[in-house]
Design a protein around this ligand. Structure first.
Ligand SMILES: Nc1ncnc2c1ncn2[C@@H]1O[C@H](COP(=O)(O)OP(=O)(O)OP(=O)(O)O)[C@@H](O)[C@H]1O
Ligand SMILES: [Mg+2]
Length: 352
């Protein structure tokens, strides 16, 4: 079996996947990141047929006739719609294997999952990968993958702290000796901030905002701390009273107020995680700093706020949106020496 796996391994395109709530990224050994698309699927409700996946489906959000629904099969970082997730994984795996797929055997797949998911949820991801064509599936907790992607020395006898703020989940973890020592996984992240902005627009301005608009506002003027230069943008939506289009100006301060509850929730959980961490490791983190990653870490001033609140240095990871998938890539390159960081070994034998 081991020999067979070795031979298969040489020819198949083993892949690493960050199956995120907002974005799915796929890494292959030779080519690096080959797919980076939103985790969105458009389905015809009448026939059950999938019409589009990824970028194509994202374009349809909020613009579909009633019989077409555009949905995210993952909610809060967890598989909420098993069948659709499987279809989506299958689509991405096949997309990677398109060229001359017949000569490639089924791939081995490393997938990042949120920390603290249940056995049932793990099984759901494994089954989806298997049915989508994986020969062997390895699961790794997202904060571990993010830390590896950010090149933190996870296998050393020293504390490394990573905070990965995605769309659906924020993963906070302290890692030492290849394992997670303390961690928290919150279902508050970038998407919740978008919801906060939608709610704020309704309460303050009687405007109904779409989700994409809310996200655009967050990205263009959102912040966690007061900015040196104020920012302003226009907010366009439907007036809830007249039903007609309405546009108002919003500032960075408005948006900061709107999202502050989510931002502080994240920061408070970072503090609590530090409180639960053994003192030796805390002293390592004081020296090396906290690394923040994930799309949500790009919020202006978040590094500064976390630093002020925790009294620790805080650094933004390089290319924060791709840390998890790059981490799965590092694991793929060397599964043997990184075995200890994996959650499960799949149900097949790991090649020696
Ligand atoms: N410049 C930015 N400022 C603030 N937020 C941003 C920025 N760019 C992206 N985001 C947010 O980052 C989130 C997506 O991040 P990411 O791709 O890391 O999530 P994900 O991995 O798909 O989700 P999860 O890890 O929760 O499953 C979205 O909520 C998006 O609005
Ligand atoms: Mg993520």
């Amino acid at each position: 079996m081991a020999i067979l796996n070795n031979i298969l391994g040489r020819f198949s395109k083993d892949i690493g996947i960050d199956l995120g709530t907002a974005n799915t990224l796929v890494y292959t050994k030779n080519e690096g990141i080959v797919i980076n698309e939103p985790s969105v699927v458009a389905i015809n409700k009448r026939t059950g047929q999938i019409l589009a996946i990824g970028n194509e489906a994202r374009k349809m959000v909020g613009k579909t006739p009633t019989h077409i629904v555009v949905s995210r099969p993952l909610v809060d970082g967890v598989v909420s719609d098993f069948e659709t997730t499987e279809q989506m994984l299958k689509y991405f795996i096949e997309k990677v294997h398109q060229e001359g797929f017949t000569i490639f055997p089924r791939p081995r797949v490393v997938i990042g999952i949120p920390s603290g998911v249940t056995e049932v949820e793990k099984k759901a991801v494994e089954d989806a990968a298997k049915n989508a064509g994986a020969r062997q599936t390895f699961l790794v907790e997202e904060p571990m993958a993010a830390a590896i992607g950010a090149r933190l020395p996870v296998q050393d006898a020293a504390g490394s702290m990573i905070v990965d703020i995605g769309g659906g989940t924020t993963e906070i973890a302290v890692i030492s000796l290849g394992g997670i020592v303390t961690s928290k996984s919150l279902r508050i992240a970038g998407d919740e901030m978008n919801d906060n902005i939608i709610q704020y627009a309704r309460e303050e301005f009687n405007i109904l905002l779409g989700e994409r608009t809310a996200e655009e506002i967050k990205i263009s003027v959102g912040s966690a701390c007061k900015l040196k230069e104020p920012l302003e943008t226009s907010m366009r939506g439907r007036d809830l009273i007249t039903g007609l289009p309405k546009e108002v100006k919003v500032t960075d301060e408005d948006v900061r107020k709107a999202i502050s509850r989510s931002v502080y929730n994240i920061v408070d959980n970072v503090k609590m995680t530090i409180e639960e961490t053994p003192p030796e490791l805390v002293s390592d983190i004081m020296k090396k700093g906290i690394i923040i990653a994930g799309g949500g870490s790009l919020l202006r001033g978040l590094d500064k706020l976390v630093s002020e609140q925790t009294l620790m240095p805080v650094y933004l990871a390089n290319d924060p949106l791709t840390c998890v998938v790059r981490g799965t890539g590092v694991i793929l390159e060397d599964i043997d020496s990184l075995k200890e960081v994996l959650v499960t070994m799949g149900d097949e034998i790991i090649p020696k």
